[in-house]
Design a protein around this ligand. Structure first.
Ligand code: HEC
Length: 153
């Protein structure tokens, strides 16, 4: 192959690579969820925002089938995961009342429950299933789920 043709090929290759890199989402396995949780939660949502998020979060809770493993009240109801009634208050108290830190933890738990496990993790009661990681959701969707969880009693 002649030199100019080689150069052209290289250029084409570089251009294709550039497009591919730009089009691909960042490698899903390597996201620093702890850092992300701090970017997403710089402050608490105000009451209006929280209500809007929670409404969207309820829809996501259903569409993501969280309810196939979790009851939204205080009773387990025969499901594989722990019931989520009061979970916002429980997580907040585990963070010494720091609402922002509690939401950051919840964000990380939804993104990667194996790395940020809940208090029932590995317990005999709930070992029949593991919670999946929700890495593909938009940040605003995770925030919506978090605010919905905070409404559960
Ligand atoms: C296949 C079943 C399954 C699905 C689906 C599932 N979870 Fe879980 N989840 C579990 C199990 C089992 C645990 C307990 C072990 C642990 O904490 O890792 C858990 C723990 C939790 C906790 C911590 C509870 C506590 O007491 O602190 C929260 C919050 C939670 N899940 C929310 C969700 C949300 C929101 C979704 C949907 C986006 C979801 N889960 C989907 C099985 C599931």
């Amino acid at each position: 192959m002649s030199k100019p043709a080689n150069a052209l090929l290289l250029c084409l290759l570089a251009a294709t690579l550039g497009v591919l890199l730009a089009a691909c989402p960042p490698a899903m396995g390597n996201v620093d969820w702890a850092a992300k949780s701090e970017q997403v939660y710089t402050k608490l949502p105000d009451a209006t925002e929280a209500t809007k998020l929670a409404e969207h979060g309820e829809k996501l809770f259903n569409s993501q089938a969280c309810g196939s493993c979790h009851a939204t009240g205080a009773a387990r109801g025969g499901l594989m995961g722990p019931p989520l009634g009061g979970v916002g208050a429980a997580v907040t108290s585990r963070h010494a009342g720091d609402e922002l830190a509690a939401r950051r933890w919840m964000y990380k738990h939804i993104r990667d429950p194996q790395k940020w496990p809940g208090p029932h993790h590995g317990s005999d009661e709930y070992k029949s299933s593991a919670m999946p990681s929700y890495r593909g959701l938009q940040d605003q969707d995770v925030s919506a789920l978090v605010e919905f969880l905070w409404t559960l009693r």
